[in-house]
Design a protein. Structure first.
Length: 96
């Protein structure tokens, strides 16, 4: 059996690394203001997203109705567009 060094204790090092470090009040205030700014930005984005969703939904209804009327034309156009984009993106036939 190999000699072991009892002076090394990994649990003590893990405890030191996990122990909370003192935080200054200035740091907490700065983090708090950043969190407040972030929350305000999220609220603004939520409002913007809701407005845009309403605007787009009113424009999408006529397009959906037209696509349902001409379903086969819509499917063929989507397939054709996919083939064209695939060729433009450098897609080649694979040979195994």
């Amino acid at each position: 059996m190999a000699d072991t060094d009892d002076s090394y204790a990994p649990n003590e090092e893990a405890d030191k690394a996990a122990s909370p470090k003192p935080v200054s009040k200035d740091f907490r205030a700065a983090v708090s203001s950043q969190v407040d700014d972030l929350m305000a930005a999220v609220k603004r984005l939520e409002g913007f997203a809701a407005t845009e969703a309403k605007r787009v939904s009113t424009r999408l209804e006529p397009v959906e109705a037209k696509a349902r009327e001409n379903i086969w034309t819509t499917v063929l156009m989507a397939l054709g567009l996919g083939v064209i984009l695939g060729l433009l993106m450098g897609g080649t036939r694979r040979r195994d």
